[in-house]
Write a protein that binds this ligand. Structure first.
Ligand code: NAD
Length: 437
């Protein structure tokens, strides 16, 4: 379904003017200082090792030619090939892609995955494209980045506005170029061509594992808790599904066009059917009241889950938050000013680089299965995912206790420490870089 430019809402196009690359660089700098490492470490980690910009010409249905812009960033490959999603969004920009690639490196490091960080994006509103235009754009983008990707180099996956169907077109294009099937060249594929069971659900499932652990630490009973979720795409909807299965009451859900609220709890299976089967927006669901994204942040809920885009928890929205747990299912949902307010309010934050790492974890499992040419049962995948998420949560939580700091700082320190060990083992840095004196 096409939407015209004028139908785009304010929330579609606002990221509150914050630059995620500047934010991630300052977080790395702070952690390097706190860990007592030399500032050389910051300089090693602050920028991607490789950055590609490509033009993507597409012949539109009306005969005109549009030339879109795309990027691929590869942050650091000391632990293994770089890996990360591809985003189609009008707000994609070079700094966002760089930041997202750094976050991918940190996620893999925290969960001890043998991968580095990568990310891609195309500046486009996919809802303004026909199916044919979208397929042409997807195939052309992957052709343009082919020289720098591959199962041993850099492995793409889905992100905002890309899904298994898009991954199917992309892998087909890559295979056609190479002349044979290379299933491990990207993850998040349809199951029939080498996708992994559980990948579609993985990020949301992982988010819920971390919420469960946080609730345990805070002595909260999940079956008596309420939640509001921003974003009802892949991650938001799967988070809702698994929280609902644990007996959590989901009272509000929003998307780019608005939101819905029901004090008694939204019927999540019915909402999933409404959204999935008929390609509706969650905000159009008729059995609940209308609510805005801004109002949703201030609801009296126990858990708040931003699962949309960056920079949503700001100095304007953070003061209104009443939740005890903020589970960052999205990448970079909180600005530094917003974060400070959350800290002052004593809200327990499960930081993005831990909270949403379930996606890359099952993507890693998909890549492993592709290289073995042997496929695991879903139960086994979910169990391995749970082990990894618990490992990540406990490592970060222990660092928080040791350093008497917040969860975000602890997550950055765990990730950076891991990357430092690998850089040291490869001789990229010297012992003198391990101290700030
Ligand atoms: P998606 O495209 O499937 O869904 C995005 C959702 O957010 C949609 O419901 C959209 O309407 C909504 N949205 C967009 N802009 C909004 C705004 N300004 N206000 C409110 N809602 C808005 O994307 P996704 O794959 O679910 O990704 C969501 C977030 O999770 C992103 O930050 C992404 O980087 C992150 N993430 C995704 C994965 C994954 O496996 N898909 C893994 C890790 C992290």
């Amino acid at each position: 379904m096409k939407r015209t430019e004028s139908e785009k809402t304010e929330s579609d196009i606002t990221t509150h003017g914050q630059n995620p690359y500047e934010i991630v660089k300052s977080l790395i700098k702070e952690s390097v200082t706190r860990l007592g490492l030399h500032e050389n470490i910051y300089h090693m980690l602050k920028k991607p090792m490789r950055m590609l910009e490509v033009s993507i010409p597409v012949r539109m249905d009306d005969g005109t030619l549009k030339n879109f812009t795309g990027y691929r960033a590869q942050h650091i490959d000391i632990l293994g090939p770089t890996k990360g999603g591809i985003r189609f969004h009008p707000m994609v920009n070079i700094d966002e892609v760089k930041a997202l690639s750094i976050w991918m490196s940190l996620k893999s490091a925290i969960l001890d995955l043998p991968l580095g960080g990568g990310k891609g994006g195309v500046i486009v509103d996919p809802e303004s494209l026909s199916d044919r235009e979208l397929e042409t754009l997807s195939r052309t983008y992957i052709r343009k980045i082919t020289p720098i990707i591959g199962p041993q180099k850099d492995i793409p996956a889905p992100d905002v506005n890309t899904n298994p169907e898009v991954m199917g077109w992309m892998i087909d294009e890559f295979d056609q170029l190479r002349g044979y099937n290379i299933p491990g060249m990207l993850t998040g594929k349809p199951i029939i061509i080498g996708g992994s069971l559980g990948r579609l659900e993985a990020t949301g499932r992982g988010v819920v594992f971390t919420i469960r652990e946080a609730a345990k630490e805070l002595g909260m009973e999940l079956d008596k808790s309420t939640v509001a979720i921003q974003g009802f795409g892949n991650v938001g909807s799967m988070t809702a599904k698994f929280l609902h299965e644990l007996g959590v009451k989901i009272v509000a859900v929003t998307d780019a066009r608005g939101g819905i609220y029901r004090k008694e709890g939204i019927d999540i299976p019915d909402l999933l059917e409404f959204v999935g089967d008929k390609e509706n927006y969650a905000s159009d669901y008729p059995h609940a009241d209308a609510i805005t994204n801004e109002e949703m942040f201030g609801l009296p809920v126990d858990i708040l889950v931003p699962a949309a885009v960056e920079n949503q928890i700001t100095k304007e929205t953070a003061p209104t938050i009443q939740a005890k747990i903020l589970a960052e299912a999205a990448n970079g949902p909180t600005t530094p000013e917003g974060d400070k307010i959350l800290e002052e309010k004593g809200i327990f934050v499960i930081p993005d680089i831990l909270c949403n790492a379930g996606g890359v974890t099952v993507s890693y499992f998909e890549w492993v299965q592709n290289s073995m040419n042997y496929y695991w049962k879903e139960e086994e995948i979910n169990q391995k995912l749970e082990e990894k998420m618990l490992f990540g949560f406990n490592t970060v939580f222990t660092m928080r206790e040791e350093k008497k700091c917040f969860m975000r700082e602890a997550a950055y320190m765990v990730g950076i420490n891991h990357l430092v060990k690998a850089m040291n083992a490869r001789g990229w840095i010297k012992d003198s870089d391990l101290s700030d004196s």
